[in-house]
Design a protein around this ligand. Structure first.
Ligand SMILES: CC(C)(COP(=O)(O)OP(=O)(O)OC[C@H]1O[C@@H](n2cnc3c(N)ncnc32)[C@H](O)[C@@H]1OP(=O)(O)O)[C@@H](O)C(=O)NCCC(=O)NCCS
Length: 193
């Protein structure tokens, strides 16, 4: 597996991937429709094929993950992509990394909590207003659970937290492997923050 930043060279492929996995290239979060086609992020490749994608945006001092997808689960791809964004957020002096998931996504809730994220906010019935912006959002989600609420998770990047070591133990080890690719990321992200 190789991880590369989103650049103008792979943007078309990235946008097709987003369209395929999220119905459209617009994401509804907290009552806002976000255009995903210009977001920064990282792509996981295997044999030149995209097998994972993470996208994020900067919101003041927060780094917000807008999407995370792994096409080959339980092989460390999601953790490696997550580690790249956390590392980027630290470099950009963000105070936290946050993200929204929905009440049916039990897999994501397990995944994030085991990687140091904590539930920070509940947006009750947020999917009602999200459906007004994006009618294709289904009524029933994973496991047959009614799709109703948004849950915000956050990962604080405070120095105290790093001192007591509550952070991505396995994923951050992996992120060292991708340090070379990370160096190439700057030409894309500089000036956007
Ligand atoms: C959530 C998601 C991104 C996780 O991606 P992933 O590539 O499976 O993530 P990882 O492989 O790093 O970790 C998943 C599990 O596999 C385990 N794992 C990793 N490598 C493994 C290996 N070689 N053998 C066995 N298990 C392994 C991890 O320990 C982890 O388990 P844990 O969470 O209980 O600790 C993925 O399930 C996904 O794309 N879901 C659909 C989209 C989605 O819901 N995205 C989130 C929206 S908010």
């Amino acid at each position: 597996m190789e991880i590369r930043p989103i650049t103008k060279e792979n943007r078309f492929e990235v946008n097709n991937f987003i369209r395929e996995h999220w119905f459209t290239t617009e994401m509804a979060v907290r009552g806002e429709l976000v255009d995903m086609t210009g977001l920064d992020g990282f792509v996981a490749y295997e044999n030149a094929r995209m097998i994972g994608l993470i996208t994020y945006r900067l919101d003041g001092k927060d780094c917000e993950i807008m999407s995370l997808d792994s096409l080959k689960e339980k092989r460390g791809i999601g953790s490696a992509l997550m580690a790249m964004v956390i590392r980027t957020a630290r470099e950009l002096h963000c105070e936290k990394v946050k993200l929204i998931t929905t009440n049916d996504n039990l897999n994501a809730m397990r995944f994030y909590q085991k990687r140091g994220f904590d539930m920070a906010r509940l947006y009750r019935n947020a999917l009602e207003s999200a459906r007004k912006l994006k009618p294709e959002i289904p009524l029933i989600g994973d496991h047959g659970i009614p799709l109703r609420h948004e849950i915000e998770f956050e990962y604080l990047l405070s120095p105290q937290k790093e001192q007591i070591g509550i952070h991505l133990p396995s994923a951050e080890r992996k992120d060292a492997v991708f340090a070379v690719e990370l160096q190439n990321r700057h030409f894309e992200t500089e000036g956007k923050s």
